[in-house]
Design a binder for this molecule. Structure first.
Ligand SMILES: [Zn+2]
Length: 121
């Protein structure tokens, strides 16, 4: 099973699969060969809750082909709780910044052709 499929399976159940360095506990999202913090080579899987806060986002009003039915929506960078990790995902129904203040609580709810699906908590 590839990392990507593992990651997608975790996201589908509202979780985030991270790789934790066995030496310094630094967390990584993608498959890495050396810890980006200490250079060690050992990792274990760490399952994080898919909850966090809005770090930044872009409101999409002119969508890519095939996404017209979803507009408006926001493409959001979420800071995952209790980590420095960030994931990007789709949050529907956002047409203006007043609807999604920075730091809003959000969570992962699934995964499909839009990517990681997010909702306000
Ligand atoms: Zn490390």
């Amino acid at each position: 099973m590839s990392m990507k499929q593992e990651f997608v399976d975790a996201v589908k159940s509202g979780k985030v699969l991270a790789k934790k360095c066995t030496k310094c506990s630094h967390l990584h999202l993608a498959t890495v060969y050396f810890c980006q913090n200490c250079g060690a080579k050992g990792f274990v899987n760490e399952i994080l809750n898919g909850t966090g806060t809005v770090a930044t986002y872009t409101i999409i009003t002119v969508p890519p082909a095939g996404f017209e039915k979803y507009t408006p929506y926001a493409w959001v960078v979420m800071k995952i709780d209790d980590s420095e990790l960030r994931v990007s995902g789709f949050l529907g129904g956002i047409g203006s910044p007043s609807q999604l203040p920075m730091g809003s609580r959000i969570k992962i709810t699934g995964y499909d052709d839009r990517g990681i699906l997010l909702e306000k908590q």
